[in-house]
Structures are given as structure tokens and as C-alpha cells.
Ligand binder design. Structure first.
Ligand SMILES: [Zn+2]
Length: 149
């Protein structure tokens, strides 16, 4: 795996707690082929929201765990920004030797996270110990319609 150097930082205790919240969410709701990813985000006000992915028979209807966590936050308290966000993957039963691990947000989630907080911190895998990077580092040349400056 390519290591991230740029502006990554060591995890603080709050970051570790956020990973633990995402792990707890997917441990609680794991269902093979349906719920395999957990996410947790901390708003700018310090509230933590968790989510799990919603897989679907029609794959295009699937929703990522990060989006579910963000949706819960928006419904509950409105757009309160994303101070930090993380997703973790629960291994399927045939990967018994694997652990729940931090995973990078997919491209769509990178767009979503940036849209809701362009200064969000994202916890990503980095060898043995995850690290935290600004969302902008994960999304160079972000999509725009050409009308924004
Ligand atoms: Zn995603």
C-alpha cells in the first residue's frame, strides 16, 4: 500500500474514539452481504453520529455508511459540518483471520464529505496505523459545473 505523506497527522484520542464508534456500529449491525461497513463522524459541535452501509439487491441503490451517518446528523441537528469522519470494513465470515479495519472513503463519498465540509479530516489506512488527512488531499481537482470560482 502506498503510504500517505503530504499533510497526514497522527491520530489523537478523539480520532481513536471515532474509529471505536464506527467499529461498534458495524459489529452491532453486521449482516453478510448487506451491512459490512460502519462509519462515524464528529460534527463541528462535537456530536458523534454513526452509520452502516445499506447494500441492496439493485446495486445502484446501495448507500455508503458515511452517507448514512451524515444523513442521521442532518436529520437530527441539520448541517453541522464534519470535523472528522472514518469508515471501517467488517470482514465476511470466510475471512476469519481478518479484523475490522479502517477503509478509505470511495470517490462518491469523497465528493459528499467535501460538499458538507471542505475542511473535514478523514481517517484513512496507512500501513499498520491509520492516519488522518484533509479531505482536499483525497480529492484533487474536485468536480464542479464550471460555474463556481
Ligand atoms: Zn462511499
Amino acid at each position: 500500500m502506498k503510504r500517505i505523506k503530504k499533510t497526514s497527522a497522527k491520530l489523537g484520542n478523539a480520532d481513536k474514539a471515532l474509529i471505536a464508534a464506527a467499529v461498534a456500529a458495524i459489529k452491532e449491525r453486521y449482516r453478510d452481504d448487506w451491512q459490512e461497513v460502519g462509519a462515524a463522524l464528529r460534527t463541528r459541535g462535537g456530536t458523534v453520529y454513526t452509520g452502516v452501509n445499506l447494500d441492496a439487491y439493485l446495486g445502484r441503490m446501495a448507500v455508503c455508511a458515511e452517507a448514512v451517518a451524515l444523513g442521521r446528523a442532518v436529520v437530527d441537528i441539520g448541517d453541522a459540518g464534519i470535523e472528522t469522519i472514518v469508515a471501517v470494513r467488517h470482514p465476511p465470515p470466510h475471512e476469519k483471520d481478518q479484523e475490522i479495519k479502517v477503509v478509505s472513503p470511495c470517490g462518491v463519498c469523497r465528493e459528499l464529505i467535501f460538499d458538507y465540509d471542505r475542511n473535514a479530516r478523514v481517517i484513512v489506512p496507512n500501513g499498520k496505523m491509520p492516519t488522518v488527512v484533509p479531505i482536499a488531499d483525497l480529492l484533487p481537482n474536485k468536480y464542479n459545473r464550471g460555474t463556481e470560482r
